[in-house]
Design a protein around this ligand. Structure first.
Ligand SMILES: O=c1ccn([C@H]2C[C@H](O)[C@@H](CO)O2)c(=O)[nH]1
Ligand SMILES: [Zn+2]
Length: 134
């Protein structure tokens, strides 16, 4: 399947990554979300001296989205430092899952563009979600 790159979202993720506060890991990450309603949100990772209390870029973007009253992710672009694929951590997979449906796409990027694209089901198979609590 060929997927056209959402340049606006890629640029937003890159710009967010440039704002990462990472004095400890020096590992910058940016995330950008396009909601089902077409609105855009972004986040960067924010670390602090109590290492485990840092927050991921995806968590920041989701918090910004929810603060604005939006709860449906159409696509999320994640970009991290280096040549490797920076896929969302386990906690962020669950965070993205909360606001996803079967059409939601996760795009893992580098500065050159999208390196790998996947569905939520591919990123977090057999997931636990809001429906389980109904
Ligand atoms: O998908 C990811 C993976 C890691 N990080 C952050 C957490 C920490 O600040 C740094 C190193 O793990 O990268 C993210 O923000 N998102
Ligand atoms: Zn995470």
């Amino acid at each position: 399947m060929t997927q056209s790159i959402d340049k606006e979202l890629l640029d937003l993720a890159k710009e967010a990554m440039s704002k990462a506060y990472v004095p400890y890991s020096k590992f910058t990450v940016g995330a950008a979300i396009r909601t089902a309603s077409g609105l855009l949100y972004s986040g960067c990772n924010v670390e602090n001296a109590s290492y485990p209390e840092g927050t991921c870029a995806e968590a920041g973007a989701i918090a910004s989205m929810v603060r604005d009253g939006q709860t449906q992710i159409e696509s999320i672009y994640v970009i991290g430092k280096g040549d490797e694929l920076v896929t969302p951590c386990g906690g962020c997979r669950q965070r993205i899952r909360e606001f996803s449906d079967t059409n939601t796409m996760i795009h893992i990027c580098g500065p050159e563009g999208v390196r790998k694209s996947m569905t939520m089901e591919e990123l977090l198979p057999f997931s636990f979600g809001p429906d389980n609590l109904k």
